[in-house]
Design a protein around this ligand. Structure first.
Ligand code: NAD
Ligand code: ZN
Length: 379
């Protein structure tokens, strides 16, 4: 089969690989119909995630058709159209019982923090991902969700990660009626966080980025105010000025590791490319939120992103929440929002590529060329 293949930082291509097989009675094999590239894949592509091994296939946002099921799978059958959450989870451990599926204890042998994730290095279990014609789906009774009959597969593929992650970002913000919410990052996750903030009752939504075409997109898609941080000297001061000098009620970090390069470059004027350092967007969040406010972090940080300005956190009495999204928990509610016509997730898909153009797809998405917001591979 054809599959995306990692060769080293900034080097990916499509190659022929052996088709996956059932390895465990709980496995299914899924023939992939759509597979997105995520901002999280860019951290792998940029070489920021430890133990990303040459030869690996990325891809944790995919829909497909069940091709084969292992002998103990009860809830799926050959021919089912499914969306597969990016988390691989057992459904029965201490954490899964609390619906913390992203922290499953049984699907990542390292089991220190995060559970299993498709195509996301050996730090999350070393599973091959879905940027391929076929993928092995472990714990197949638990994660995959059969698509409602009227669901467009391009809406469905955004339910595997980007929309639920944006939603969880807003939910972890504990938004109350009328709150002012600032979202840092106008990528797919930030776009869905902004939209979700309204769904959860925000009174005002402001999105910050430095890529104009993305800011223009989110302004239209989520009817929010926008700030280009290249035009701002002091971010916290700017947000305070916009909020009667109090600060925002909730700040959301939907940037993660990319911020380390982009914001340091902005502040220092020195051209830096994904340089190790502190997590600047997190600082912007902590400093721009009002006293007693909440900072919600879904941006993924590499091992260098561990510096937190704890002094301000204590003195301002902040709540900080963060996690990888637990996709399955949000699906019933988000499917309802789609069916009620309150959101059309696939509107963010700007690019469609065949699998053998995977190298172009990563390059265009990573370099923000051609007004790219969300690329999808069609095997
Ligand atoms: P993306 O790379 O498409 O978008 C990131 C956006 O942030 C870009 O538009 C970029 O211009 C902007 N940006 C860069 N520096 C910035 C700064 N200093 N301030 C404001 N904006 C800045 O990625 P995405 O797919 O939207 O994902 C966003 C983040 O969410 C990534 O870190 C990704 O790994 C993470 N993520 C987390 C989860 C989770 O479960 N927690 C799931 C999916 C993605
Ligand atoms: Zn993703």
């Amino acid at each position: 089969m054809l599959a995306m293949n990692y060769r080293g930082p900034y080097r990916v291509r499509a190659v022929n690989k052996a088709e996956p097989e059932i390895e465990h009675p709980n496995d299914a094999i899924v023939r992939v119909t759509r597979s997105c590239i995520c901002g999280s894949d860019l951290h792998l592509y940029h070489g920021l995630v430890p133990d990303t091994r040459v030869g690996m296939t990325f891809g944790h946002e995919f829909t497909g058709i069940v091709e084969e099921v292992g002998p103990s799978v009860q809830n799926l059958k050959k021919g089912d159209h499914v969306l597969v959450p990016f988390n691989i989870f057992c459904g029965s451990c201490f954490f899964c019982k609390k619906e913390l599926y992203s922290n499953c204890h049984n699907t990542n042998p390292e089991a220190t923090a995060v559970g299993g994730i498709y195509g996301y290095s050996h730090t999350t279990g070393g599973y091959d991902g879905g940027q391929a014609e076929y993928v092995r789906v472990p714990m197949a009774d638990v994660g995959p969700t059969v698509l409602p009959a009227d669901m467009d597969i391009e809406d469905a593929v955004l339910l595997t990660d980007a929309f639920p992650t944006g939603y969880q970002a807003a939910e972890m913000g504990g938004i109350r009626e009328g709150d002012t919410v600032v979202v840092f990052g106008a990528g797919p996750v930030g776009i869905f966080a902004a939209k979700s903030a309204w769904l959860l009752g925000a009174g005002r939504v402001i999105v910050v980025d430095h890529v104009d075409y993305r800011l223009e997109f989110v302004k239209r898609f989520a009817q929010c105010e926008i700030v280009n941080f290249k035009e701002v000297n002091d971010m916290a001061e700017h947000i305070k000025k916009m909020t009667d000098w109090l600060g925002a009620d909730v700040c959301i970090d939907a940037v993660g590791a990319e911020a380390v390069g982009s914001a340091l470059q902005h502040l220092t004027g020195v051209k830096l490319k994904l340089q190790a350092g502190s997590a600047i967007v997190l600082h912007w969040c902590i400093n721009s939120v009002r006293k007693g406010g909440t900072v919600s972090v879904v941006g993924v940080y590499g091992p260098t992103g561990n510096m937190v300005p704890i002094g301000n956190v204590v003195n301002k009495g902040l709540t900080i929440r963060a996690n990888q999204a637990s996709v399955k928990r949000h699906l019933p509610r988000l499917i309802e929002h789609i069916q009620a016509g309150r959101i059309k997730p696939s509107e963010i898909i700007t690019h469609r590529f065949p699998l053998d153009a995977v190298s172009d797809a990563y390059h265009i998405f990573s370099s923000k060329l051609d007004n790219c917001i969300k690329p999808v591979l069609i095997p």
